[in-house]
Design a protein. Structure first.
Lengths: 185, 120, 185
């Protein structure tokens, strides 16, 4: 989380031109859903987020953090698909999802691939008028694909703390030397 | 089989439930089995059980209407609360999924760093 | 106690016998998942009540075992999602004693505190991963059986288990020391 935080902090220093968010990957996700053996869809627009926020428990630290994260958000859309076997979806299926995520509006800050089990995680941030207004995560493995689309405004500091909360064990990271971290493969 | 797996087997051995667990389950099952009989007795009070007590029957019917109306309000409130809880669960699920994927990215970066050559 | 009146006369499955035979399994799935004895009892009672209602539809003792395991899994996960605070730590005084002596007591170096530590770590894993680990090591279920019980693809079970090992090992190295990772086949 610290490493992603450093990258995000450096991006803050760069002014990017504003661009309207006119992207709807619904077609690609429908196709993936048709191929999947199991799918999780979470669709929460601004009104649902505000409604849910009223039910978050102020005594539970995780829910307090969640309330803070979603407080100004305009939407959270999570689509997670499981497939019977490897090869049931391809890179071509992912192309429409990635197509709109282009510079200068979007920046891909992380692209990592794990050798052990073929996992790949891409993290994109959108910046408008000096503020982060979008987060997309595309996580793939041979039999699973997850697409997260969060419409901001977003405070990257809040997302830094996601590891170690909500039942996710925190992995301690060694202190990184200062400097920009580019993409890694 | 390695040490971690041995220790996991030990740590996750089945445990005995608290004393009296089976008895509590059996008691609940008995209560469940008796439910239809009790409902029939209550229905009898509003039907065949009040022969000759016309005004009493009307009062019982009115009371039932009030109860049903109140139940409607309570039901709506319950539904609202349930919808809210479901929305809350969806938020937490979404954040968990997002967090776990970001965690994988961080973990992979860490693995990458641990195998790369140190820079001079 | 005999089965519900609706059961066929030839049904040989006796409810009370089934409760006494399977209470440890059902309770333990809930306990290791939720890490809370009261919550585990609530889930286990609900599971057995469901069994009571459906006993007439189950065909054999083996069917009952698989059914109970599957329902216990899903009810535990549902409970955790509905009651975020249920996955709380159990104090030393409340921890139930194991029903039998440890099967690996010949491991001279093993420390009882390690089991407690591992239980807490398992309870902190993401839900799906946690349940896979519990089915694998508590129930000693095969990978296909885990896939059937949880209703997820076999490859997902494999990759989830692999990730769980990596996470737990990393955490153990952090908290116990580097020698943890060296004692390995």
């Amino acid at each position: 989380m610290k490493r992603i935080g450093i990258i995000i902090a450096l991006l803050f220093a760069v002014q990017l031109p504003a661009a309207a968010q006119d992207w709807d990957p619904g077609g690609a996700l429908k196709k993936l859903s048709a191929k999947a053996s199991k799918a999780i869809d979470v669709t929460l627009d601004q009104s649902m987020l505000q409604f849910a926020g009223a039910f978050l428990d102020s005594k539970d630290p995780d829910q307090v953090q969640a309330k803070k994260i979603i407080s100004n958000m305009k939407g959270i859309y999570v689509h997670s698909f499981e497939f019977e076997k490897a090869g049931e979806y391809s890179e071509d299926d992912l192309t429409p999802l990635r197509a709109p995520l282009k510079e200068p509006v979007w920046s891909r800050i992380v692209n990592v691939r794990s050798k052990h089990d073929g996992q790949n995680v891409e993290v994109y941030f959108k910046k408008e008028d000096g503020k982060f207004t979008g987060l997309v995560v595309i996580a793939t493995e041979p039999t699973e694909l997850t697409f997260v689309d969060i419409i901001g405004p977003i405070n990257p500091e809040d997302f830094k703390r996601l590891g170690g909360q909500f039942g996710i064990p925190k992995v301690e990271i060694d202190q990184d030397p200062p400097g920009k971290k580019g993409e890694t493969k | 089989m390695n040490r971690l797996e041995d220790e996991l087997k030990r740590a996750l051995e089945r445990v005995q439930p608290p004393a009296g667990f089976a008895e509590r389950v059996l008691a609940r099952a008995r209560a469940e089995a008796e439910k239809p009989a009790r409902s029939r007795r209550w229905l009898g009070l509003f039907g065949l059980g009040l022969a000759g007590a016309g005004s009493l029957r009307w009062a019982a019917a009115c009371a039932l209407c009030v109860v049903l109306a109140a139940s409607g309000v309570i039901y709506e409130r319950d539904m609202q609360r349930r919808r809210g809880e479901e929305a809350k669960d969806q938020v937490m699920l979404a954040l968990r999924i997002t967090g776990s994927k970001l965690q994988i990215a961080e973990q992979s970066l860490k693995e990458l760093d641990s195998t790369s050559q140190p820079q001079q | 106690m005999t089965t519900a009146a609706a059961a066929p006369a030839t049904h040989k499955l006796d409810f009370e016998d089934l409760v006494r035979e399977h209470q440890r399994m059902v309770f333990s799935i809930g306990y290791h998942f939720l890490h809370n004895a009261a919550a585990a009892e609530e889930v286990a009672q609900d599971v057995f009540l469901e069994l009571f209602k459906r006993l007439g539809t189950l065909e054999s003792p083996e069917h009952v075992t698989h059914w109970l395991r599957r329902v216990a899994c899903h009810r535990s996960i549902d409970y955790a999602r509905r009651n975020k605070g249920a996955a709380a730590e159990v104090s030393w005084d409340q921890l139930p004693e194991p029903a039998q002596p440890a099967r690996h007591s010949d491991l001279g170096n093993s420390d009882p505190m390690m089991s407690k530590h591992l239980q807490q770590m398992v309870a902190a894993l993401p839900q799906k991963m946690r349940m896979v680990v519990i089915l694998r090591y508590q129930e000693e279920a095969g990978l296909e059986e885990i896939a059937n019980t949880m209703g997820i693809p076999l490859n997902t079970v494999k990759s989830t288990l692999h990730r769980a090992h990596a996470m737990l090992r990393a955490k153990m190295e952090q908290t116990i020391g580097k020698e943890w990772g060296e004692v390995n086949a």
